[in-house]
Structure formats: C-alpha cells, structure tokens
Design a protein around this ligand. Sequence first.
Ligand SMILES: Cc1ncc(COP(=O)(O)O)c(C=O)c1O
Length: 379
Amino acid sequence: MSSAEFDSTSGHAGQVRFFNPGPVWVRPQVLQALGGPMMSHRSAAFSDLYGRILEKLPKVFRTKGQAHTLATSATGVWEAGLVSCATGPVLACCNGAFSDKWGEMSQRLGLDTTILKAEWGKPILADDVKKALAEKKYQIVTVVHNETSVGTISDLAAIAKVVHENSDALLFADVVTSLAATRVEADEWGIDLGVCGSQKALALPPGIAVFSVSEKALAAARQKKFRGIYLDLLDVEAFGKKNQNPTTPSLPLLYALDVQLDHILAEGMENRWARHHAMLSAVEEWAPKAGFRFLPGEGAHSPSVSSLFPPEGVGAEELNKAMKSAGWVPGAGYGKFKSSNIRIGHMGDVDLASVKNVLAAYEEQAARILAAAPAAAKA
Ligand SMILES: Cc1ncc(COP(=O)(O)O)c(C=O)c1O
C-alpha cells in the first residue's frame, strides 16, 4: 500500500486540531481499545495478548532481537538502562532539556558522568562524540535522537558508527520522538537500548514505555550485582520469555498498543517515515513565506516537531493563546525557549492536510496580532 492510500487518521483526515508535541492526538479506535476486559496478567489470555505485542514491537525498532514494555513513562527506561547496566563511566550527549535530564539522572545515580554539550537547538555531532571517546574509555554513551524540547534531530546513524568504531561502549538511544516518525534501525546501527514512550509518534495515550535491548546490554546487566527490582532489565527479559511482565502491567494500554502496532505495521515503517517527512516539508515550505523561523539550523529540523520563532512583533505566548481561542491545541516553546518559540507537534497519526490547516491558522492569527498592534510597534 502506498502512503497516499493509507488514512493514518482512520477517517479524520484534515480534521485534527491537536498539535501538542506529546501527548499527541489519538485515533478513536485506539481510545476504544483501552476499554478491553480486565483479566489476570498471569492468565493464558494475557500471554496471548502480550505474545502478539512482543512479536510485533521488534519490527518497529527494526531488530531481530528483543523489545519489551514497562508500565513507566520513557524516563523510567532511561533509569532502567542505567541501574541495570552501568558499571563504568557514562558519556551523556546533551543538546536540550531531555538529554540534559538523562545526563543529570546519570549524575544523580552516582555514576562517573561526562557531559558532552551542544548548544540547545544544535545537533550532537558524530565528530564531537569521536573526540570525547578518544579522551576517555566509556562504558555507556547516551544520546537523544530527536530533542523534542528544541525540535532538533541528530544523525544517530553517524553517532552510532563512531561509538562502535572507536569504543566498546553501549549505545543508549532515546528514540522517544523519532521511533515510527523517521528511520530508526536498532540492529543495523547497533542501538543497545532504544527508549520510547507511548504518547509520541506511536500515537497512544501516555502511561507505558517500549524499548529494544541488545544481547550486549543484557550481558552487561548480568555483570552487575545490584539492579533493584522494578527496573531490572533481566527480570523484564525473563518474564518476557513467558509473555508476561514481572509486575502488573497497564492492561488498557497493552490492548491499545496491540491495536496500534497493527495499524503502524499496516501503514508500513517506510510509509510512516515518509508521511512524517512530508509533514516537516510542509512546515519548511510554509515557514519562510509566513515569517516564521526554525530554531535549529537546516538539516537538523525534526520530522516530528517543529520549534519556531514567530514573525517579528508577534509574541509566541500571545500567538498560542490566540490559537487556543480559535479552537486549536498548539505546542508551547520549551525551557529557555518557552516564551520565544512555538512548537508544532506533527507526529503520530496526524495527516498532512491537518498540518496544512494548522499552518494556515498560525498565519491568520499572527496576521491578526500584527494588525491589532499599535502603529509604533509595526514601524
Ligand atoms: C525526547 C524525549 N525524551 C524523554 C522524554 C520524557 O518522556 P516521559 O515524560 O514520557 O518520561 C520526552 C518527553 O517529552 C522526550 O520528548
């Protein structure tokens, strides 16, 4: 099936008005699936459900190895990776709010952590990672593929290559807003832990995390004596073999995940990536004409969330307020760009026609604000 034929919105094409960069708009069919019957998570019926999920999930991560779920948000899997596997120094690549937080988590866990910093809005460069690896031996490298806070994507394939060519380190990659939005290749690139939440490009409600984990990462965990309980990746692996979770899972979200994985695989990974890149292209084409400017430089624009400065004379917060009054759910800037940027989440099951509609609405509201501004401000 071509991407043009597939209606990712399941009948709501052109009607989506929800552009928060996570939680994102969720199809009604997925919301319906949340209402499945309760059952014991040690029953055969549960194992049937979970077995289906464990069979489909690796296809999204592009691994012939393992992928699992945990009833945490994505942050829980960051922590699971570190508490289960970390026995040596960590290189944390930081270029925005989420990667900064992962680096801080590593420090707060008492790990020997080096922060490799890039300015917010700039990608992590493979060359900088290579230089850092030449200076010290690291056991783990953490990197956020797509920094949602600043709408900035880094070249994860290139980073993975330098990590594996220049060290034995495990590569822990946050693919929270890149998985199912752009190419992520867990096996080909050698991602040892691929961390994702549910409420982003997978287009599910929040409350569950999914992740891929390599044999190399599990081997590192086997060397570690104290791994806790809730976030122990070896327990997750052991129960996964029985098509179960170690603790009570979020049954409603697993029903929804089962349905949504069918939808994603029916669309096809390449088609889904192409649709996200088409939505980004629409923003890229529109922005300069409408007087909006991307925060990241060319080549680092995220396929799932655009972080933009509004036109001169239009305040980002004022613009978002106007968008809300007009019935849209816009995304606000994040962290240090909270008051100067808008973010448009174009991910998950949102379609190109809806994105074009929201862009027209931003342009209209910006023009209204400018028209209402006092003459002195316009001069
Ligand atoms: C790239 C990235 N990583 C991690 C997180 C944290 O996810 P959660 O709050 O679901 O734990 C987010 C949330 O927006 C994110 O965008």
